[in-house]
Design a protein around this ligand. Structure first.
Ligand SMILES: Cc1cc2nc3c(=O)[nH]c(=O)nc-3n(C[C@H](O)[C@H](O)[C@H](O)COP(=O)(O)OP(=O)(O)OC[C@H]3O[C@@H](n4cnc5c(N)ncnc54)[C@H](O)[C@@H]3O)c2cc1C
Length: 460
């Protein structure tokens, strides 16, 4: 099995950890890595594409199993829309496979570079969480290798307790090796998108709440510098003959994001142009311009790829945040307390001189997975620039946010938060969930081999 000693990073390049990286290609090689870890007294962390904003796929001094080597689409049934993939298959590979046959993944993240194993590990949500739930709700079954070497199959009916805990379990209970997923039938490669401005935080929350029942997808942008201004994008699938050329719009060539800007400049260079604007004044300028151009309410058609994967338009955009990178903070708040908490944390960030540079809002619904982050309410994802000077103050401020969120009945998302302590985690999850997790962990991983930097931070 291929292996190296290397330094791995989080998506935002703000955290790093040296580790032994193994790239298994089979279940037997995964088990071999566990045997080696046990013999050498090392821990093991699972890693997909490493697109988590935090330390979920990092393991300082230990073994990291990079599952991107297991990346075959094993079976695709274009009649039923059921697909079986190895865990290292990316969302990009998946939609490329299914779209020409008239299907689309039911839930996707804001980037197509994530792997199915990572998406199940975090139990990702999309811009349709209020309607379609998390990705786990569309999994018919998965297979997994446990650190004991046991190979298991889980579905809602078979090993149901492991199904509902390994999905969302952040790779702490076992290695998902294959995933069987139901795709969503579509009749066009386009979505009809409606865009309108919002003037205040209250206005934005109202738009998300009122808009969600009318649309298949809804997402908001919030100007976190001039706190309050924003814009909503809400989209619907096209049906029947609304798209006169569905065969053309469902072609990959129609969907694929262009690799050059204005047909000339390679987009891989674009992040260099963004770097000079990644400061309070620059972001204020960009946000103000964006808000002014968004004042007109309008409707347009957009390809699925362009609507969902806007962030992939600028490859390596995260590098524009500079040497110390970025982190994201995404609290989930009940409907009743979202307005108060969003207002309070954004005011606090302003007061501390640590404003977030991007704010993205979504509408959610609860689900029954063990470490669920979703609830009947809203989330606000905030991107913060990290510098050597602000790192400690930022961490301290986000820990303060954690307390405000918890007291307001909110939830955390462990693919995003990088500050939550084990004391806060214990309060957040509660004694019953903690006890259930410990019992499952003892069963699947009796030697405690599966650990990550995140695991040690949130469980102590
Ligand atoms: C630009 C961008 C946009 C994003 N948008 C969204 C969004 O809209 N919604 C959302 O929910 N998230 C979003 N995310 C977060 C991202 O979807 C999650 O962090 C996801 O888990 C990353 O997948 P990955 O393959 O990179 O996994 P990694 O980051 O490598 O791992 C994530 C977790 O899954 C575990 N894991 C990995 N593989 C396996 C496996 N085979 N079996 C069991 N556990 C495993 C890891 O141990 C780790 O705990 C976004 C991230 C980025 C960078």
């Amino acid at each position: 099995m291929e292996n190296t000693f290397t330094t791995l990073e989080n998506f935002g390049h703000s955290m790093s950890a040296p580790s032994y990286r193994f790239i298994p290609k089979t279940s037997e090689e995964i088990y071999e890595a566990f045997r080696l870890a046990k013999k050498s007294g090392l821990t093991v962390t699972l890693r997909g594409a490493g697109r988590s904003y935090n330390d979920a796929a990092l393991n300082g001094g230990g073994i990291v199993l990079d599952l991107m080597g297991m990346n075959q689409i094993v079976e695709w049934d274009a009649d039923s829309g059921v697909v079986r993939c190895e865990a290292g298959v990316t969302l990009e590979q998946l939609w490329h496979k299914v779209l020409p046959d008239g299907w689309w993944p039911p839930v996707v993240s804001g980037t197509m570079t994530t792997t199915l194993g990572g998406c199940l590990g975090a139990n990702i949500h999309g811009k349709n969480n209020f309607r379609m739930g998390t990705i786990g709700e569309h999994v018919a079954e998965f297979t997994a290798v446990l650190p004991t070497g046991a190979e298991i199959t889980c579905s809602p009916k078979k090993n149901g307790d492991l199904f509902y805990s390994m999905i969302s379990g952040l790779g702490m209970l076992g290695v998902i090796t294959t995933v069987t997923l139901q795709m969503k039938k579509i009749e066009s490669g386009l979505l009809e998108v409606h865009a309108w401005p919002t003037r205040t935080i209250e206005d934005q929350l109202h738009s998300l709440e009122e808009g969600a029942p009318k649309y298949d997808y809804i997402v908001g942008w919030l100007d976190t510098i001039t706190v309050g201004h924003g814009q909503i994008h809400a989209a619907n699938y096209l049906h029947g003959d609304e798209d006169p050329e569905p065969q053309r719009t469902m072609q990959l060539s129609y969907q694929t994001l262009p690799s050059r800007l204005f047909g000339v400049m390679p987009k891989s260079l674009l992040h260099y142009l963004m770097t000079p604007f990644m400061n309070n004044l620059g972001v204020w300028g960009i946000n103000t311009a964006k808000y002014i151009t968004s004042l007109r309410r309008h409707t347009f058609r957009q390809s699925h790829a362009a609507f969902h994967f806007l962030l992939d338009y600028v490859p390596l955009w995260e590098l524009s945040y500079g040497r110390s990178g970025l982190i994201q903070y995404q609290p989930f708040l009940p409907k009743e307390t979202a307005l108060r908490v969003w207002t309070e944390i954004l005011a606090l960030a302003k007061k501390r001189g640590l404003p977030p540079y991007l704010g993205v809002t979504k509408r959610h619904r609860p689900d029954k997975f063990l470490f669920t982050h979703a609830l009947d309410g809203f989330s606000l994802a905030l991107d913060f620039k990290v510098t050597d000077r602000n790192r400690a103050r930022l961490n301290e401020m986000l820990q303060e946010f954690d307390q405000i969120v918890l007291e307001a009945g909110g939830r955390f998302y462990f693919a995003k938060n990088s500050e939550t302590t084990h004391e806060t985690t214990a309060r957040f999850l509660g004694a019953e969930t903690m006890a259930r997790f410990k019992k499952l962990k003892k069963r699947t991983d009796p030697d405690g081999l599966l650990e990550s930097d995140l695991y040690r931070r949130i469980f102590g």
